[in-house]
Write a protein that binds this ligand. Structure first.
Ligand code: ADP
Ligand code: ZN
Length: 752
């Protein structure tokens, strides 16, 4: 049979398998009409008849035959230039299977929305070209007599090499468009339209940088990476190095090695770290061949950056999560910086983790992955232990600077001695005064915005709660508002208790706004600034605030995790953590890991110059093992202990987890649906999978919808999602009329 087929003239396949741009989670077969044979590939976008209308569809595969009779034909191709590379279709298929999400959503994730929509056009410019074969010796003197402006245009064109963009030419010649029109009319010049890129970097210039002489540790790390790249061995390296240990320099040199060997690179950084500072380091090393992809670009810029990559005109892509799907030609290296960051996980379908999918994409394309971090995720640490990843370490800071001194302050004792709970301990207050006197800078960290986390009536016990989310409102004093941090509902803050009219309303709990107010009182002469999502509403605000701080015009910077990461301020010598407990006692098995990471990251902000840093951690549980490890910055013992605990309780990373979330407006009906689902799944699960029966989610209600969850862990994840896929599909089909919904989250990061 096989011989017979190969002996036949090769016929392009006649059937295309497509997913339609609708939430159907199904593939459909269409016949490829004769005139389009050979032009349709996996990744091509086509228009197909669907029901009574036409739909855009993505081809996911080709076949010679179909089992379906009476197939309809593909109508036409859609924006051929912007097709999805075939290898990304394969990746999307993998994502749909692994993350148990509708196929068309996974496929669509491969193209930026602006490319997908297909309405964006390349920006065009008009070029004015001097026609060749002219006797300018005769033309110009004639023009000079009768039409001075036209002559000036010709002179300018000659000077600029016979070709120039219209606007610029008019400036150079100090002429109006009419002069050019006249020259075109006379057959002296002609106009050409040309595609040009919208350049997100047009405004700034970057000084070139060259490779630094590496330290022995950096050199060893780089050599492992480049050896794998050279052999096209799809290895994953975990590059564990404290902040300032020179990880970025290793990235840069690995990319350079790849470029010289014809290999392209993708660099993922958390969205928040996509500052001009970060992208500049890549541009100053590689110049024009760097593309950036992030949410701060205009649609036009994003469209052009994508096209530049797609056409092979840029070969290094720096971007947030979705830049992983950049259509680079010959992928040699993927870098995931700050791999432990939770922002790599998308919180809507497809709920993928870019770090993990990076490893899969690299396997498919024989590329190498570097996961870089100062605080590896337990997942990556586990993968090193079992031999899936290779660990590389950079144990010291490049400048040999000593690590900051960490000190714990017991806030229980502080409260006892001073009669009531405090925001600033005497230790922290004293140290801040010292820094202010010396002209050094201070960072104060608290992971909660707003003024107070509760409005509480001390007389009747009333707590103001959002009716849609059943959660206490956060009080924002400056705006005099109560804000629900779950759904964003805002209302004016009452002056008296709405229940008993008592005017003595108390605000309990703590947020950055209150820390700022107290700080201004304690240090009236200091310049204090606050950075959290309330004050930093635009990218520009953020840049300005950072510039002020960098320039030394701000003495004390207060903020949420927004300031915990990746920023370099050599004059910061003190970091205060107001309340380390806030993240430690969350109902999440990763609470300890997150707190450890946060403390180490925050500590990394102190003492980067020639003065060693000091970190003060205020807490009500000073002997908590996580704090103890963080204090000594002992990653390995922390990880060993934590891995052991997770293993004992069979939590990730020793197992995989799948979380099903049911949401709906009717409490009882929703619970019943969740229970029914559990009944259906239970008999299908093997003994290796453990299911937690349906129960209210830690956030039991949000935006007016009740929330129940079922979690499962253990066993083979692909087997589990294959089994869940039809059940979830059916449940949603049955639930939708009642406005309920079940979503699946594989390897979830948020358990709320
Ligand atoms: P990380 O990414 O681990 O935080 P960086 O690569 O940003 O570390 O390095 C920290 C600082 O040290 C940067 O200013 C960088 O230019 C410098 N640096 C890195 N490697 C070297 C080196 N081998 N020699 C001298 N300076 C270096
Ligand atoms: Zn709410």
């Amino acid at each position: 049979m096989a011989d017979y087929i190969s002996a036949m003239p090769i016929q392009p396949p006649a059937i295309a398998r497509v997913v339609v741009n609708l939430s159907l989670d199904r593939e459909f077969d269409y016949r490829i009409p004769e005139r389009l044979r050979g032009q349709v590939h996996a990744g091509t976008r086509v228009v197909v008849p669907f029901g009574h209308s036409e739909r855009v569809a993505y081809v996911v595969g080709l076949a010679a035959d179909s089992t379906v009779h009476g197939l309809k034909e593909i109508l036409r191709l859609e924006n051929e230039k912007e097709r999805i590379p075939e290898k990304l279709i394969t990746l999307a298929q993998w994502m749909a299977d692994y993350y148990c999400c509708p196929r068309e959503l996974a496929v669509r994730a491969m193209l930026p929305a602006v490319v997908r929509k297909g309405t964006m056009k390349a920006k065009q410019q008009t070029q004015v070209v001097l026609k060749p074969e002219q006797h300018l010796g005769e033309v110009v003197p004639a023009l000079e007599k009768k039409a001075k402006k036209q002559a000036a245009v010709v002179h300018a064109l000659v000077r600029l090499g016979g070709r120039c963009e219209l606007r610029r030419l008019l400036r150079e010649a100090d002429a109006a468009e009419a002069a050019v029109d006249a020259l075109v009319e006379k057959g002296i010049a002609l106009l050409e339209r040309e595609d040009v890129d919208r350049d997100p970097f047009a405004a700034d210039t970057v000084l070139p940088s060259s490779a630094l002489e590496l330290t022995p540790e950096q050199k060893a790390a780089l050599e492992s990476v480049t050896a794998a790249m050279q052999a096209r061995e799809p290895k994953t390296f975990l590059l564990h190095g404290v902040t300032g240990s020179g990880k970025t320099e290793v990235y840069l040199q690995a990319i350079d090695h790849g470029l010289k060997a014809g290999l392209d690179a993708i660099v993922l950084v958390p969205e928040i770290a996509l500052t001009p500072q970060t992208t500049e380091r890549f541009r100053s090393r590689f110049g024009e061949t760097v593309s950036v992809l992030h949410s701060g670009l205009s649609d036009g810029e994003r469209f052009d950056e994508w096209r530049r990559i797609n056409e092979g005109r840029s070969r290094v892509v720096v971007g947030a999560r979705s830049a992983l799907f950049a259509p680079v030609r010959r992928l040699g290296l993927i870098i995931v910086d700050e791999e432990h960051e939770t922002t790599y996980k998308q919180d809507e379908a497809p709920r993928y983790n870019a770090r993990d999918v990076a490893v899969v994409r690299a396997q498919m394309e024989k590329a190498v992955v570097i996961l870089g971090t100062a605080t590896p995720s337990l997942e990556s640490a586990h993968n090193c232990k079992v031999g899936k990843y290779v660990l590389l370490t950079l144990p010291k800071r490049v400048d040999n600077q000593v690590m900051p001194v960490m000190q714990v302050v017991d806030m229980r004792q502080e409260a006892m001695e001073r009669g009531q709970p405090q925001i600033f301990s005497r230790t922290l207050e004293l140290l801040i005064r010292e820094r202010l006197e010396r002209g050094e800078q201070v960072i104060i960290f608290l992971n909660r915005r707003g003024y107070a986390s509760q409005m509480l009536c001390t007389k009747c016990g009333y707590v103001a709660k959002c009716p849609d989310c059943d959660t206490a409102y956060t009080y924002h004093k400056q705006a005099a508002q109560l804000v629900c941090h779950l759904c964003g509902r805002v209302l004016p803050a009452p002056a008296a208790c709405p229940a008993c009219q008592d005017p003595k309303i108390r605000y309990a709990g703590l947020g950055t706004e209150k820390v700022e107010a107290v700080c201004r009182k304690l240090f009236p002469r200091a310049a204090v600034a606050r950075m959290d999502s309330d004050t930093m509403t635009t990218r520009d605000c953020y840049r300005k605030a950072l510039n002020e701080f960098r320039a030394g015009r701000t003495n004390i910077l207060i903020g949420t995790q927004m300031i915990a990461k990746g920023l370099h301020f050599p004059n910061v010598t003190l970091v205060g953590v107001i309340y380390a407990d806030s993240s430690l006692h969350l109902p999440d098995f990763r609470a300890g890991e997150r707190t450890f990471q946060l403390l180490v990251q925050v500590a990394g902000r102190a003492g980067r110059g020639d003065v060693p840093g000091h970190v003060v951690v205020q807490t009500y549980t000073p002997f908590h093992p996580v704090l103890q490890h963080a204090l000594l910055q002992e990653y390995a013992p922390f990880m060993e202990e934590e891995l052991e605990t997770r293993r004992a309780l069979s939590f990730p990373p020793s197992t995989h987890m799948v979380l099903l979330l049911f949401r709906g407006p009717k409490d009882d009906a929703l619970y019943a649906a969740a229970k029914e689902f559990a009944e259906k799944v239970r008999p299908l699960l093997g003994p290796e999978t453990f299911m937690v029966e349906p129960g209210p989610a830690p956030i039991p209600k949000a935006r007016g919808l009740y929330r129940y969850q079922i979690s499962m862990r253990g066993g083979n994840i692909v087997k589990l999602t294959r089994l869940l896929r039809p059940l979830v599909g059916n449940a949603n089909a049955a639930l939708r009329p009642k406005e309920m919904e079940v979503t699946v989250d594989v390897d979830p990061y948020s358990l709320m």
